[in-house]
Design a protein around this ligand. Structure first.
Ligand code: AMP
Ligand code: MG
Length: 330
């Protein structure tokens, strides 16, 4: 899954980095190369290049939301240009992979006390939820993630409370849970299509907040990402799917009908972002018109969140020397 690092763009990055140093200008994100793995996540905190984590740039402040204020084509915090994106994103892979393994190890060793992580991906059709999973989440060991794509509920699911099917997919300790759509559909598509009465869906915002709060209380770190694309970009992506026979399977004629409801979706998203954005379970707005930025941003965000856990390798609960002697004697 991981390609070998491309050397040429790194030369450019190195040059950029020394230029930044010379001018005492700070980039938002450090550019690392050839550092021994073991020291990477420790050194990061002290890195003079990091002034503001991406999470701080993309985190939606709690309070009123103006959807028009978010630029879907922004490249906030990205330390380079489009052509640098593959290399910069790829450079995250070793650290992200190392952090994920530490996280997995912690989950295995202290099953009841270790933290849990859940990434929630929401966004309009074609915003790239699948692309993020393939390109950003795809950088870690597939054994370490639990991915669930939520479709329209089955009859069995509909007979239950809407959070029932969500609860069942929560990640166990050590696994990074990824939701492609989520309980938020129960206040998005459900609201736009009047699938239940207003008196029902309007109660759900508070209920979702309380439920998410209990998740956080129970040790789950929630990373809620709104993949924000423009209507123009969506049109281009739908057309591109039609123009390419290998993408026809991705095209759903129903998407055009959904598209006609764009303003209603914007309103529904605005309500979600306003009412379900808490200090403990915040939303991150991911500008998603540029796929290369979107993928990097989610990978960078996940890396930062994992770093913040300060994960140490679990200590052996056996006598290492004694075991060495036993293995040697085999
Ligand atoms: P896709 O993500 O393109 O595979 O499509 C999944 C479909 O399932 C979308 O049209 C969603 O709106 C729909 N869906 C997901 N969750 C729900 C829900 N709780 N109620 C109704 N439809 C849903
Ligand atoms: Mg779809």
């Amino acid at each position: 899954m991981r390609a070998e690092p491309v050397e040429a763009p790194f030369d450019k990055l190195r040059a950029m980095r020394s230029e930044l140093r010379a001018h005492k200008v700070h980039a938002h994100v450090s550019i690392r190369h050839n550092q021994p793995m073991a020291t990477i996540h420790k050194d990061d905190k002290a890195s003079p290049l990091i002034t503001k984590p991406l999470g701080e740039l993309l985190r939606l402040p709690v309070g009123q939301v103006d959807m028009t204020a978010f630029d879907p084509a922004a490249t906030s915090g990205f330390p380079g240009d489009k052509q640098d994106a593959p290399a910069i994103t790829e450079e995250l892979a070793p650290e992200l992979s190392d952090l994920q393994e530490r996280f997995y190890a912690a989950g295995r060793v202290k099953e009841t006390t270790s933290e849990k992580i859940l990434v929630v991906l929401q966004g309009m059709d074609t915003s790239g939820k699948g692309g993020v999973i393939r390109h950003a989440i795809g950088m870690v060991d597939p054994q370490g993630v639990k991915i669930k794509a939520f479709k329209a509920p089955t009859e069995t699911e509909r007979a239950q409370h809407y959070l029932w099917r969500i609860e069942r997919e929560l990640p166990p300790p050590g696994l990074i849970g990824i939701f492609d759509r989520s309980h938020y559909e129960d206040v998005l598509v459900v609201r736009v299509h009047n699938l239940v009465e207003k008196s029902v869906w309007s109660q759900r915002y508070d209920e979702i907040n309380a439920w998410e709060d209990s998740l956080v209380e129970g040790g789950t770190m929630l990373i809620k990402c709104f993949l924000n694309i423009s209507a123009t970009e969506q049109k281009e992506r739908l057309m591109a799917r039609l123009d390419d026979p290998t993408k026809h399977w991705k095209y759903n004629p129903g998407d055009v009908d959904e598209r006609a409801k764009w303003p209603a979706y914007v309103e529904a998203y605005q309500a979600v972002l306003e009412r379900c954005n808490t200090e403990r379970a915040p939303w991150y707005i991911i500008p998603s018109d540029r796929k290369w930025y979107r993928n990097w941003a989610v990978a960078q965000l996940l890396t930062e969140q994992l770093r913040a856990l300060d994960l140490e390798w679990p200590e052996a609960d056996f006598d290492v020397e004694e075991e060495k002697a036993r293995v040697a004697a085999i």
